[in-house]
Structures are given as C-alpha cells and as structure tokens.
Design a protein around this ligand. Structure first.
Ligand SMILES: Cc1cc2nc3c(=O)[nH]c(=O)nc-3n(C[C@H](O)[C@H](O)[C@H](O)COP(=O)(O)OP(=O)(O)OC[C@H]3O[C@@H](n4cnc5c(N)ncnc54)[C@H](O)[C@@H]3O)c2cc1C
Length: 311
C-alpha cells in the first residue's frame, strides 16, 4: 500500500522538487548511489572488485525525451566502458553495464524503439571491445515487449546481451521457460514498478512464489541465471536448488544493489559464489532513490530520520 502510494506520488513534480532540494537528501542518496561522476563510479568499482565482488554499472537516467540526450547517454556508457577497460576492470566481465532502454530513447515520440536499439547496439559493441557484457534493465510492464524485441534483434550480433525478468508479472514463468536456453544471461528480480492486477500479482507472497518458480526454471536450464534479490529466503532456496541441479558455482551469480546487505554480499562471495553488485551513478538519481525507498519501510524511515535530524 505504502509502496504503491510512494511510487504514485513520485510522479508529481511538486514531490520531486521537495525531495531533490531537501538539504539532507544527499546523505541518503550517497548510501545507494556511487556519486555523480564516472570517476566516482570507477572508484567504487575498484573497491568492490578488490573485495572479490563483481559489478554492473548503471548510468542513472530514464524517460529520455530527445534523441540528442539518448545518444549522449549511450556515449557516456561507451566512454565508461573504455575507462573500465583501460583500468583493467572489465576483462572477463568483472565489471559490466546495465542499461535502461528508456534512457537511450525507447520512449521518443518518433522512432523510439529503433533509436534505443541503435544506441544499445553501440554500447554492446563497446562492451565487446572491453571484454565485458551488457544487461538490459526491465522497466514498467508496457516496456517489456519492446525491450524483448530489441533483445531478440540484437542477440544474433551480441549473444551475451542479458535481460531481466520480473516475478511480479504473471507472464514471467513463461518468459523464463523461453529464455532458459544455452548462452542466455537472465537476471531474475521481483520488479520495482506498479502494475494492474491483470498483469501483475497484487500480493507480495504471490510475487515471492513466482520468483521461486522462475528461479527453478532458470537454474535447471543451461543458461546463466543472475539471481537478483536481497531476500534471505530466496537466497537460501537458490543455494539448495543450484546444488540439486548440480549447477557449477561459475554458471550462475547472485546480484544485489549497492548499499543493500553489503555483509551478505561478502559472505556469499567468500563462500565461493559469484556475486555482482549493481552500482548506479550520475546526477539523475530521483527515480532510482524513490524505488529503493518504496521497497522497504526501513529505507523510508532512514530517509525521514535524516531529514528530521538535520533538515
Ligand atoms: C542487481 C539488481 C538489479 C535489478 N534490476 C531491476 C530491473 O531491471 N527492473 C526492476 O523492475 N527491478 C530491478 N531490481 C529491483 C528489484 O526488482 C526489487 O525491487 C529489489 O531488489 C527489492 O526486492 P528484493 O528481492 O530484495 O525483495 P524485498 O521483498 O524488497 O526484500 C526481501 C527481504 O530482503 C531483505 N532486505 C531487503 N532490503 C534490505 C535492506 N535494505 N537491508 C537489509 N535487508 C534487506 C529483507 O529481509 C526483506 O524482507 C533489481 C535488483 C537488483 C538486486
């Protein structure tokens, strides 16, 4: 309920102004975001890699409305991949990038899908040059079909282009079946957006059950599943299922967000699992922050406390 209200309120320009100008919002942002610049992102990446973790970098921004901005976002990713390569951090896919299709043009009024596809292809080519992969984030449910179309069109040239399945959507077990194939890279998450009960499960318990079902399908298949959750129960189920399916430690990975359960990230990595941390950076952090606050009352309480204590 709170989650739905917060996600809905976040669309208001007034709420956005209040949140982004509150003096202490920055402290909260720093917990979840590496910083404004690529330098900040590289420094955090270095630290995480040194700790034995893997990284996926997300240049923050979504809902891009003009082609120049869409191209500029793709250019930022391309420069970032070049710098990761120079610094020796991208080889073997140790640090990769995550891209939101709307950030590179999907929602443009004219030729949005084509623009996004071309920009993503440029990023994939830079990823390949840097010896690493690209994963397409999944956004609102209306973007699922175009995102999967782009994936299908680019995979012949870039077979390791990854995508995301969200277990809050009723369609997801079927999508998992279709994607549990050799060579696929599929990130499974619960989903950070709102959708009507016709397309999404309204109850968290159903979302969790669907997640468990999807992870079984992915772990039993020959692809490379990326299990993205902080949920201790689902992490336990993943370990049990991976052992039952005799899935080698290097044939799947856990993923968590920067700033969330860092001790658990290290525990899993030190136990021999591959663990990738999703690290956002950039100044356009509003949508990302709101989704993190909406996920967990404790995150929201942390935010409100920091506003009250020094605001
Ligand atoms: C790597 C990664 C990539 C993602 N990409 C996408 C994407 O492309 N599209 C999309 O829609 N969503 C994406 N998400 C977000 C995802 O959909 C969820 O909104 C988010 O991960 C929270 O869900 P959860 O699985 O952690 O479960 P939740 O139900 O939010 O949390 C389950 C449990 O995890 C533990 N937990 C959660 N947060 C904390 C915390 N701060 N501290 C301690 N314990 C905590 C608690 O025990 C909690 O009960 C991504 C998430 C990750 C990790």
């Amino acid at each position: 309920m709170l989650r739905r209200a917060l996600l809905a309120a976040s669309a208001s320009a007034r709420v956005r102004r209040i949140v982004t100008t509150a003096p202490l919002t920055r402290d909260v942002v720093a917990r979840f975001v590496a910083g404004d610049s690529a330098d900040d992102a590289l420094a955090v990446t270095r630290r995480l890699l040194d700790d034995g973790l893997l990284v996926s970098l997300d240049y923050l921004g979504e809902d891009t409305v003009d082609p120049e901005q869409a191209a500029a976002v793709a250019d930022e990713y391309i420069r970032l991949l070049g710098r990761l390569d120079e610094a020796g951090m991208s080889g073997g896919g140790r640090a990769e990038v995550s891209v939101k299709p709307t950030a590179v043009g999907l929602d443009l009024a004219e030729h949005g899908e084509k623009t996004a596809r071309e920009n993503i292809a440029r990023i994939c080519a830079a990823g390949r040059d840097a010896g690493t992969t690209v994963t397409l984030d999944m956004e609102e449910h209306t973007r699922v079909e175009p995102t999967l179309r782009i994936l299908g069109q680019l995979q012949p040239d870039f077979p390791d282009l990854g995508c995301v399945i969200q277990s809050y959507l009723r369609r997801s077990p079927e999508d998992c079946q279709a994607m549990a194939v050799a060579g696929s890279r599929v990130r499974l998450c619960k989903g950070a957006y709102n959708a009507a009960p016709g397309v999404a499960f309204p109850a968290r318990a159903e979302v969790d059950r669907c997640y468990a079902r999807c992870l079984r399908v992915l772990l039993d298949g020959p692809g490379y599943p990326m299990i993205a959750t902080h949920d201790p129960r689902l992490i336990r189920i993943t370990g049990v299922r991976a052992r039952a399916a005799r899935k080698a430690e290097d044939s799947f990975e856990y993923q968590m967000l920067y700033g969330i359960r860092p001790a658990e990230q290290l525990r899993l990595a030190r136990g021999g699992s591959r663990v990738r941390v999703y690290v956002p950076y950039g100044s356009d952090w509003y949508g990302y922050l709101i989704r993190r606050l909406a996920e967990r009352p404790a995150n929201l309480a942390f935010f409100l406390r920091s506003l009250a204590s020094r605001g």
